[in-house]
Each structure stands twice: as structure tokens, then as C-alpha cells.
Write a protein that binds this ligand. Structure first.
Ligand SMILES: Nc1ncnc2c1ncn2[C@@H]1O[C@H](COP(=O)(O)OP(=O)(O)OP(=O)(O)O)[C@@H](O)[C@H]1O
Ligand SMILES: O=C(O)C1=C[C@@H](O)[C@@H](O)[C@H](O)C1
Ligand SMILES: [Mg+2]
Length: 171
């Protein structure tokens, strides 16, 4: 990958972007970033708090800025926020600056993987499964549109998904 030295992970909440991204960066000796964690680190506020204070629009603006900045780097693995692809600007930026891998999963797995932690404001309601279905309907075409590679994550450990990505990309 002479001209494209970054790997960007996209996909819905619970697909494993943050977890798999760390394994991938370790294996490839690349630097790891996570847009959600970077926003939290810089603001000193967790994502739910940012949603409360600034609304989703405020969060999306921060997300766009941070992804623009991080994608200026070379030699990174970036786990993006699950909703970041709704921005055309972000999709274009990801495509231009690296290899984009869409981590796919089923709604059932998403529910199982996200139900225990309270970090995701969009799922803090009585019908998280329905929310995930509605988001999938809107966003799956966007993940597909931006992806160079699609990898299914349901029946493998995070570490083996990372290895599968490495094999697929041919690194
Ligand atoms: N392939 C996998 N097999 C089993 N568990 C997994 C797998 N991938 C991720 N997990 C677990 O699922 C949970 C959610 O994963 P993670 O936080 O990496 O998702 P994410 O895609 O980054 O979500 P978000 O968009 O909300 O940041 C974590 O507890 C993680 O350990
Ligand atoms: O799918 C989404 O819209 C989100 C996913 C998470 O990564 C966070 O960016 C936030 O909880 C919103
Ligand atoms: Mg994450």
C-alpha cells in the first residue's frame, strides 16, 4: 500500500471497530486512534454528556473536525464513530486518505454487544433494537458505498477479524 497507508474502520455500533482496530494496529505496528475516544479525551466529557449539552448536531460537528484532523496523518488505524458516515464530507475524506473497511454484523449481535454499557446515547431508550434496525436501514448503504472491503464479524473473535482484514487487504 504505497500511496494509502491508513486503515479506516466503519460500521454500526457494536461491530467491533474499536476492539478490532486495536488488534489491527498492534499487528501492523501502526498507531491507533478512535474518533469517539479522541473526542472524549479532548473535551473531557463523555459522548452522552456531549449529546446532552450540544445535541447530536454538536457531536457531529466535533466528529467531522476530529476525523478531518486524524485523517491527515499517515500510518494509522482509525476506528470511526458508527454514525460518522452520514456526512458526505467524512465519506469523501475517508476514501481519499486510506483503505476503508466496513465491519458488518447482525442486529442480534449488535444488541448483545452493546446492551451492557451505557456509553451510546442513541441506545439509551426502551427500544434499542428498533433504533439499531432504523439506523441500519439508513446507514448500511452508506457503509457499503464508502467501503473498499467488507468483513463479517459475527462468528469470529476480534483478533481473528483483524487477521482476516490483514489477509484481505494483502498486507
Ligand atoms: N468479533 C467479536 N466477537 C466478540 N465480541 C466482540 C467482537 N467485536 C467486538 N466485540 C465486543 O463487542 C463490544 C462492542 O465492541 P466495540 O466497542 O469495539 O464496537 P464499536 O464498533 O467500536 O462500537 P461504537 O460504534 O459504538 O464505538 C465490546 O465489548 C467488544 O469486546
Ligand atoms: O452510531 C452512532 O450514531 C454512534 C456511534 C458511536 O460510535 C458514537 O459515535 C455515538 O454513540 C453515536
Ligand atoms: Mg467504537
Amino acid at each position: 500500500m504505497a500511496e494509502k497507508r491508513n486503515i479506516f474502520l466503519v460500521g454500526p455500533m457494536g461491530a467491533g471497530k474499536s476492539t478490532i482496530g486495536k488488534h489491527l494496529a498492534d499487528e501492523l505496528h501502526l498507531e491507533f486512534f478512535d474518533s469517539d475516544q479522541e473526542i472524549e479525551r479532548r473535551t473531557g466529557a463523555d459522548i452522552s454528556w456531549i449529546f446532552d449539552l450540544e445535541g447530536e448536531d454538536g457531536f457531529r460537528e466535533r466528529e467531522e473536525n476530529i476525523i478531518e484532523e486524524l485523517t491527515d496523518k499517515q500510518g494509522i488505524v482509525l476506528a470511526t464513530g458508527g454514525g460518522s458516515v452520514i456526512s458526505k464530507k467524512i465519506r469523501n475524506r475517508l476514501s481519499a486518505r486510506g483503505i476503508v473497511v466496513y465491519l458488518q454484523t447482525t442486529i442480534d449481535k449488535q444488541v448483545a454487544r452493546t446492551q451492557r454499557d451505557k456509553r451510546r446515547p442513541l441506545l439509551q431508550n426502551d427500544e434499542p433494537e428498533q433504533v439499531l434496525r432504523d439506523l441500519a436501514e439508513k446507514r448500511n448503504p452508506l457503509y457499503e458505498d464508502v467501503a473498499d472491503y467488507v468483513v463479517e464479524t459475527d462468528d469470529q473473535s476480534a483478533r481473528s477479524v483483524a487477521n482476516q482484514i490483514i489477509n484481505k487487504i494483502g498486507l
